[in-house]
Design a binder for this molecule. Structure first.
Ligand SMILES: *Cc1c(COP(=O)(O)O)cnc(C)c1O
Length: 371
């Protein structure tokens, strides 16, 4: 077997010839950004593909999160998960909001609704859960708590492109959801993101906030930001969308191969979520438990020595980073499930162009560690 490095992900790139006509069109249009034709077309096609009402494109997911929090007009404290990428919590702090960490559910590794109410105070204004790995949060339970306490719900849905539950897109839940189209995500525009909202008025407000707060040539009412996606990124999104079914189908093959072969290895627990009717196979997380002879970090190193670059998503917990570790909600006693998961989790390589030989190589390495 060859020994070229296998990374946790690799972007899906359609044939470059297919991208050239889009660039020629941009050169003809002479519109490079500011909500040009490619941008408008992508918002329309994404809304149709995802089955949502309104899509507002952004130049990255983090700016989309920052702007979504602005649009919800929040103050005080926001309940969130420590088990995510750091951008989730950073976006709260950039909005002068105080993150309050709540523990996760041991099966989905998403915010545990049973623990949310105890963390609500007079200052709480919102809940910001993450659909981690594209696995759906308990959206019904979260909404019930939000309704009872008059809280907004903003989903960090950076991993959840195209995921559906029995009621349709999981992006339909909550007040707003945010997608990331970063190079490492299932659907990419190199850098990019979007806010999903439910009505035209909210879209208009977000459009103003993402464009410096500009209303018209002489009117600016908000301290907005520059969150606009360029025409080149939007054009790439249109092309990616033509290939998305192929890309997702290829991921599914890898996912199924892993499931079949890893299920036999004692101590390797495959994370399984059942709330979705359509999944996106964005990550392949396993928990390396006590029944496996190596610790998670030992397996991670072993794979690395064999040129397999699995990643510890999410380790460390956000609550372990120095800017957050002083918060009372960051106390490990408050986050028992998250503290356990962060020590055991390993995300295995999964991407559309991953060869069967490469998937086998990862599996054989893990089997070898079990001997
Ligand atoms: C990728 C990611 C983000 C940030 O998105 P960018 O497009 O990279 O800014 C936010 N939250 C989560 C959970 C992510 O995985």
């Amino acid at each position: 077997m060859n020994n070229k490095p296998i990374y946790v992900t690799q972007p899906y790139l359609p044939p470059i010839e297919e991208f050239v006509p889009y660039l020629e069109q941009i050169w003809q249009n002479k519109v490079l950004t500011n909500g040009g034709p490619m941008h408008q077309q992508l918002e329309k096609e994404l809304a149709e593909y995802l089955g949502v009402n309104q899509v507002v494109l952004f130049n990255n997911g983090t700016n989309a999160l920052l702007t979504a929090l602005q649009a919800l007009d929040l103050s005080g404290e926001v309940i969130t998960t420590p088990y995510s990428f750091v951008a989730t919590t950073n976006s709260l702090v950039w909005n002068n909001l105080t993150p309050v960490f709540v523990d996760i559910d041991p099966v989905t590794l998403n915010l545990d609704p049973a623990k949310i109410e105890a963390a609500i105070s007079e200052k709480t204004t919102a809940i910001m859960p993450v659909h981690c790995y594209g696995n759906s949060c308990d959206v019904q339970a979260i909404q019930a708590i939000a309704d009872k306490h008059g809280l907004k719900v903003l989903y960090d849905a950076a991993h959840a492109f195209g995921v559906q539950d029995e009621s349709g897109s999981i992006l339909l839940h909550g007040d707003l959801s945010v997608l990331s189209f970063h190079a490492t995500k299932v659907f990419s525009t190199f850098e990019g993101g979007a806010i999903i909202c439910h009505d035209e008025a909210t879209k208009q407000r977000i459009n103003q906030l993402k464009n410096f707060g500009i209303i018209d040539e002489v009117t600016i009412n908000d301290a907005g930001i520059n969150g606009k996606m360029s025409e080149v990124n939007a054009a790439f999104g249109l092309l990616q969308l033509k290939h998305i079914q192929t890309a997702l189908a290829a991921r599914k093959v890898v996912d199924e191969f892993y499931r079949e072969h890893l299920a036999k290895i004692p101590g390797i627990n495959i994370l399984t979520s059942t709330a979705e009717s359509v999944r996106n196979y964005s990550y392949f997380p396993v928990l390396v438990t006590e029944k496996y002879p190596l610790s998670r970090d030992e397996l991670y190193e072993k794979l690395k020595q064999n040129n397999v670059f699995a990643r510890r998503y999410f380790y460390p917990l956000i609550s372990h980073f120095p800017m957050y570790s002083g918060l009372s909600s960051a106390n490990a006693k408050n986050l028992i499930v998250a503290e356990d998961a962060t020590k055991k989790v390993l995300c295995l390589p999964i991407f559309p162009g991953m060869s069967e030989d490469d998937v086998k190589k990862v599996i054989l390495n893990i089997m070898d560690g079990a001997l």
